[in-house]
Write a protein that binds this ligand. Structure first.
Ligand code: ATP
Ligand code: MG
Length: 509
């Protein structure tokens, strides 16, 4: 980490090291950034916040030379540069850790670390030295146990992210930007990431940090800039005196009194009864019931078995024992399709890799599985009803897209998530299982999603929510099952479900 020598550790410089001047980025039908001015100092962690589609990722892609600007300039260390290409960005010491990781899964850790960074002006590449350097970096990142020859596809998401950070360090990046880094990390991986971010800051680098998680902003960041609709709304140079409510209203442009907006309701008959279920990922038989009208939460640390349990129930995996009674029928489902026909569906956690057709339109992605309800005389597709359904959800979930026919891959990360969520919500389903429904989704839209879940429950359907967000489960669910190490350890009523209680149950004894 040689660039540390150029700055005094822990001292925030008053002159900004990075200045983005009047930047505009246009895509067909969208102005993703509109005359944005922004600056960040060395030795600070600067949060970038804003709703889905506000332009955060676009700004990072501008810095890294991936996105072309229509207008604007870039200053690094007091010198003016034109935005040009990825190589120029590297030369300026800018590295981005993207929302979607960019490693090559089939190459080794060492190859990924060193890819593209073999010094080009040397006649001969000193592989031995580079390899040693890679090892040293792995050690520094707390990944000393990862063998450099391991294929990247065999690493966890968190480890992959560490390799990305390692690449940035090998390049001596002075400006390191993270795009929602913790959205798919475990609790332990998140802790490790936070330590590294802090160190990067103390070494005098500029750290830009995009996140939708408020607690991270208040815990880790020294300054925050808010974007809305491609515009710079405000920058707070210090977090002192700033409240969460103020940030939220700056982000969404309106006051949201209570993001969770819980509504009490009466529950009906038992719709799902799981009796001594056993199978992959469970270390003890699991029993519980869910009633119509209920929002039932599952909390636990990553790896506690929540998703595995739901996969057993929803026909993705075969149970090894126990019984499932659902809506008057007894028996297991042989496939997810079988379960959907019976009226129970699971919206997977990894919605993007498991569910997106990147070259297809928003409306095709949204209606693909509920098409059968929209058939004309049971035969032909019904484009008009599909469009109506799409417009309905664009409206309800505030999906930011130029139109229903826009290719989904051009939407921002969070807006793609909303489309896939809408696909599941348009199914004619009696019990929805939602795995991390608000991951990557901004605060304003979270509220819309919670409202939709309450609406489903009001209609007498049932909702099971798997969430790692403690505040979320305790705020939106009627009852919460807590899982730990492959077992259901307790079911807690809403009135008793304080975050402390839930966490106490979920943590290893
Ligand atoms: N390659 C592209 N082609 C067309 N439009 C794009 C492209 N990339 C981004 N956009 C549009 O630019 C706008 C800003 O997107 P961006 O990805 O920067 O949002 P974001 O703030 O990162 O949101 P999120 O929180 O959902 O990740 C969105 O309306 C998006 O649809
Ligand atoms: Mg983004």
């Amino acid at each position: 980490m040689s660039s540390a020598s150029t700055a005094t550790a822990g001292v925030v410089e008053t002159d900004p090291w990075l200045v983005v001047e009047n930047v505009t980025v246009e895509f067909p039908g969208v102005r993703a950034l509109d005359g944005v001015n922004f600056s960040a100092r060395a030795g600070e962690v600067h949060a970038l916040m804003g709703e889905n589609g506000a332009g955060k990722s676009t700004l990072l892609k501008v810095l890294s030379g991936v996105n072309r600007v229509t207008d604007g300039a870039l200053w690094v260390g007091g010198e003016r540069h034109v935005f040009s290409n990825a190589r120029e960005a590297l030369r300026l010491g800018i590295a981005i850790i993207y929302q979607e990781l960019t490693l090559s899964p089939n190459l080794s850790v060492a190859e990924n670390l060193l890819l593209g960074q073999l010094p080009q002006h040397y006649g001969i590449v000193d592989r031995k030295r580079l390899r040693e350097r890679a090892l040293a970096i792995l050690e520094e990142l707390g990944e000393g146990s990862v063998h450099p020859a391991t294929k990247v596809r065999d690493l966890s998401i968190g480890q992959q992210q560490m390799i990305e950070i390692g690449r940035a360090l090998l390049r001596d990046a002075r400006i390191i930007a993270f795009d929602e880094p913790t959205s798919s990390l475990s609790v332990q991986e998140t802790r490790q990431l936070k330590r590294i971010v802090k160190r990067l800051r103390d070494e005098g680098r500029v750290v830009l940090y995009v996140t939708h998680r408020m607690e991270e902003v208040f815990e880790m960041c020294d300054a925050v800039t808010v974007f809305r609709d491609g515009r710079h709304i405000c920058t707070h140079d210090t977090m002192a005196g700033l409240t969460q409510d103020q940030l939220v209203s700056e982000m969404v442009g309106r006051d949201i009194e209570d993001v969770y907006g819980y509504r009490a309701r009466d529950t009906g008959e038992v719709i799902l009864k799981v009796d001594a279920l056993e199978g992959h990922g469970l270390k003890a038989p699991v029993s519980f019931e869910v009633r119509r009208g209920e929002v039932f939460g599952f909390f636990g640390l990553v790896g506690a078995g929540r998703s595995e349990l739901m996969r057993l129930i929803c026909g993705v995996e075969r149970p090894k024992g126990g019984e499932i009674h659902f809506n008057g029928r007894t028996g297991r489902f042989n496939s997810p399709g079988d379960a959907i026909r019976a009226g129970i569906a699971m919206c997977p956690e990894d919605r993007k890799s498991q569910g997106i057709f990147p070259v297809a339109s928003v409306t095709d992605n949204l209606n693909i599985s509920c098409r059968r309800f929209f058939k004309r005389m049971g035969l032909w597709r019904h484009p008009k009803r599909e469009l109506e359904n799409t417009r309905d959800y664009i409206d309800k979930l505030r999906i930011r897209t130029p139109g229903p026919r826009t290719r989904i891959s051009t939407l921002s990360g969070g807006n793609q998530q909303k489309v896939i969520l809408a696909r599941w919500l348009s199914e004619q389903i009696e019990l929805f299982v939602m795995d991390e429904p608000t991951r990557g989704i901004d605060v304003g839209a979270r509220r819309d999603i919670y409202n939709l879940l309450y609406d489903l429950a009001d209609q007498g359907k049932a909702v099971v929510v798997i969430s790692s967000d403690l505040t979320e489960v305790s705020a939106i669910c009627d009852r919460i099952g807590v899982m730990r190490n492959g077992a259901l350890v307790d079911i807690v009523d809403r009135s008793a479900a304080t975050p402390e209680r839930l966490l106490g149950l979920a943590l290893p004894a």
